[in-house]
Design a protein around this ligand. Structure first.
Ligand code: SAM
Length: 212
């Protein structure tokens, strides 16, 4: 999601109390930010944050952190938070490539990747959030029993991701090529903005869950 640059979005984010300014300083101490020991779930590439905010409302016993690369996109999420503040959610504007500088080994319980950018050119494969390079990063920050949950409408990216799960030495816990018609995997599904858009166009939604 690449919105038109919104002038002043960087400054607005710098002043926003839901947005963590120097996340590297908090590495290993995220529970102090939330003032509790609840599990920490991340969404990487959260876009405008609808998915994460819905989960945060439904699960006050879980802490959610949304990571987004672009200020203009993140700003939309922050504006929604002003309307309906939630104690168990924070945001970071960063490129997930450096995620290991922000979370300590085993500090995270679950990672959601929703409708991640496909980076269709082969030479950009390592930028895909489900590449083995990213799974190596997730391996470091996730607890031993931690999960990665990935949804997409992009068949090529899904096929690539299934291969990468294996090449990264992870296990496929579950997968479907039609989430919305899979009663088991669709239970409790929270739709993202992209998911609503693509499924209303008739595209099937793919999902996988990976563990180690
Ligand atoms: N997850 C949302 C959804 O399903 O509606 C947004 C999907 S959008 C296609 C992908 C988002 O991931 C964009 O907002 C993009 O800026 C963000 N993104 C892509 N690569 C990223 C990275 N390396 N680190 C952080 N955010 C990233």
């Amino acid at each position: 999601m690449r919105l038109r640059n919104i002038p002043g979005s960087r400054e607005a984010i710098a002043e926003n109390s839901w947005c963590i300014q120097d996340p590297e300083q908090i590495k290993g101490n995220w529970h102090e930010v939330f003032k509790n020991d609840h599990p920490i779930h991340l969404e990487i590439g959260m876009g405008k944050g609808k998915f994460l905010m819905t989960l945060a409302q439904q699960n006050p016993q879980i802490n959610y952190i949304g990571i987004e690369k672009y200020s203009s996109v993140l700003l939309r999420g922050l504006q929604k938070m002003e309307e309906e503040p939630l104690e168990n959610i924070r945001f970071i504007r960063m490129d997930a490539e450096t995620i290991c500088n922000v979370f300590q080994e085993g500090e995270v319980d679950k990672i959601y990747l929703n409708f991640s950018d496909p980076w269709p050119k082969d030479r950009h494969a390592k930028r895909r959030l489900t590449s083995r390079q990213f799974f190596a990063r997730y391996h470091l920050i996730l607890k031993k029993e931690g999960l990665v949950e990935f949804k997409t409408d992009n068949q090529d990216l899904f096929d690539f991701s299934l291969e990468e799960v294996e090449k990264a030495g992870w296990k496929l816990e579950a997968s479907t090529r039609d989430l919305h018609h899979d009663d088991n995997m669709n239970q409790g599904n929270v739709m993202t903005e992209y998911e609503e858009r693509f499924s209303s166009m008739g595209n099937p939604i793919y999902k996988l869950i990976a563990s180690r």
